[in-house]
Design a protein around this ligand. Structure first.
Ligand code: THU
Length: 131
């Protein structure tokens, strides 16, 4: 799947974001190594720390469907659904992805104009590993 298509999936699911507190909506589309896409949006809560980010919504949805191998994720976000800046995964989401993804796992970010590509190794260097 082309990165543009994965970004399109993230843009579409961003519309389902539940973000009444921040009004910052986020969409994520996670690609499995076999080519299947799982999407997620941010889901906020009046007890703010309970909020779930779009990336983890997509990841947990995929894992609960038996998926364990992923090649890429696309992430988009912005205030009131306006994608004008890059929305980079937070630290918690980077670590959550690291549980299942190698350092060469691709992260595509879109600012409404251009796509930037990173690897998980670049965004989470020297990541924690047990043992
Ligand atoms: N958010 C995400 O969904 N993903 C990120 O990587 C960063 C932040 C959400 C959480 C919250 O609902 C809103 O963006 C503002 O922080």
């Amino acid at each position: 799947m082309r990165k543009e298509e994965l970004i399109g999936n993230a843009m579409a699911v961003m519309k389902n974001a539940y973000a009444p507190y921040s009004e910052f909506t986020v969409g994520a589309a996670l690609l499995t190594k076999k080519g299947k896409v799982y999407t997620g949006c941010n889901i906020e809560n009046s007890s703010y720390s309970v909020t779930n980010c779009a990336e983890r919504t997509a990841l947990f949805c995929a894992v609960k469907n038996g998926e364990r191998q992923f090649s890429a994720i696309a992430v988009v976000g912005g205030k009131k659904g306006r994608v004008e800046n890059y929305c980079s995964p937070c630290g918690v989401c980077r670590q959550a992805l690291r549980e299942f993804c190698d350092k060469d796992f691709k992260i595509y970010l879109y600012n409404g104009v251009e796509i930037k590509t990173y690897t998980l190794g670049e965004l989470l260097p020297e990541s924690f590993e047990l043992g």
